[in-house]
Design a binder for this molecule. Structure first.
Ligand code: GUN
Length: 283
């Protein structure tokens, strides 16, 4: 029997825990607050930012949005980030990706105070993750780890195959799961014979952004399949990277799209804002 991993329900549980922590912080005069910067008007980013704003609202985290024109100069963006670094009422800073190329997103991530880097994209936090030291773990990898743990899916020695090597998902995810004793293979656009590699996976995680890329013949019977993809199908509906209808017949556990990884990403962001607020106000 295949278990459909309910990311929506688990995210709700985590949001409930976060709301309690927010309440405790407020009782000692700390109002957790997230600043979100968006540059330009990428339609997908607008939806993500709206979801983040709504989620913050629901758990009592304050939210301030900074919308910048796509033609701004790099120093204007960095100046804003530095202002937010100094503001004591702001605990988390998130720069929504993508941003226009002339702005260099890595310089911008690096300008964020690493103690407010709730995305976990600052080089210090990436380095700390690589060293398996306490840090902000980026939200999608952290959400995936939580899901696997919640469903008691064994990571120790498990063969995990990750499709995609992005800095936002693939690479930090590999690090997070390696820190949890899994054996990791990352496949990408230049990988040869991907299906041979995926067939070996106890846990197959796809984060490449291609609708229905993972077909049933690529999956081992009984594998755990995690779908990070958020793509628009021909009919305009959201679809993942995985051919859910067919792969779900073979998988032991599988995440749906929507309702799988997506809600977990947002829940882990809220969790990171609370961690930041606690650290910055440690007594
Ligand atoms: N764009 C898509 N996903 C993310 C994310 O998790 N964080 C940021 N900052 N931008 C994104």
């Amino acid at each position: 029997m295949t278990v459909i991993i309910d990311g929506k329900e688990l995210a709700k549980k985590i949001r409930g825990q976060v709301a309690q922590e927010v309440e405790k912080l407020k009782n000692r005069g700390v109002n957790p607050k997230l600043a979100v910067i968006m540059v330009g008007d990428d339609p997908a980013s607008k939806v993500y930012v709206k979801n983040k704003s709504k989620a913050c609202n629901e758990v009592g985290i304050e939210f301030e949005e900074f919308l910048l024109d796509k033609n701004i100069e790099k120093n204007e963006l960095i100046t804003l980030i530095e202002k937010l670094n100094w503001r004591q009422d702001i605990h988390g800073i998130l720069l929504q990706s993508p941003i226009p190329e002339h702005l260099d997103i890595y310089d911008a991530f690096g300008a964020i105070d690493y103690r407010k880097d709730v995305d976990g994209f600052h080089p210090i936090n990436i380095g700390r993750l690589a060293l398996n030291r306490q840090t902000f773990i980026s939200c999608t990898p952290h959400g995936i780890l939580k899901m696997l743990q919640e469903y008691n899916i064994n990571l120790k020695g498990a063969n995990v195959v990750i499709l995609g090597r992005s800095n936002i998902v693939g690479k930090p995810l590999a690090q997070v799961l390696l820190n949890n004793d899994a054996t990791i293979t990352i496949c990408h656009s230049k990988t040869k014979n991907i299906d041979k590699i995926t067939k070996n996976a106890d846990i197959l995680i796809s984060a490449i952004g291609k609708a229905k890329f993972v077909t049933a013949d690529m999956v081992k019977q009984g594998a755990v399949v995690i779908d990070v993809g958020i793509n628009r199908g021909e009919d305009g509906k959201l679809v993942g990277d995985v051919d859910f209808a067919n792969v779900s017949k073979k998988a032991s556990y599988i995440t749906p799209v929507p309702g799988g990884v997506g809600p977990m990403t947002v829940a882990m962001l809220l969790n990171n804002v609370v961690i930041a607020a606690k650290y910055l106000n440690a007594q």
